[in-house]
Write a protein that binds this ligand. Sequence first.
Ligand code: FES
Length: 206
Amino acid sequence: MTITGDQRQLQGGAPTHDDDDYYEQDNFGRFSRRNMLRWLIGLSTGAFALAFGVPTFAIKSLQLTVQEIGAGDQLVYATAASGAAAGDPIQASAIQVGSAVQAFPKGKADNQQNLVEIVRTAPGSGKEGLVAYSAICTHLGCVVYANLTNEGRIGCPCHASQFDPANDAAVVGGPAPRPLPSLPIEVAADGTITAAGPFDGKVGVA
Ligand code: FES
């Protein structure tokens, strides 16, 4: 027959190491081994949550704040140009043949990966003659020049890569390994330019 710790103590015996209450509390209310173990487990769990939970929360918060360009985003001037202020909507008719404008999707300028280079390669109405590419160089991620070169190319100031806007931004010089990603665009009835979707490839360094 098994004698419990309570029965043993009623019989005048002292609790042994096998009795639950031996570990709970001694006669002087001192911290028992069981409570010490619980306290250590709680402390370890808290430390684990802090070590892994807080960074995970921070990363998720960061991800929520990064907004990528997408269909329906109106394109606005990245910097003041041609009498327009930064943030003003870009009129398709304001971009002359052989010139370029750098733009951000409205409300998403915090993400530099959204920077767009809009180029007019030929005269036309609506989106005819207009093309748009990522303004982030595919070599090491520098921002390309806002103005085209004398040859009508998109140039990079860092290592002199050049892209041909009339030929899907193909690399025509320098170390860039691939063309600038293309951005599909639409021109609205009021003449403003909007994105018709995301870039067709990875922006910047692959
Ligand atoms: Fe553009 Fe190197 S970053 S050429």
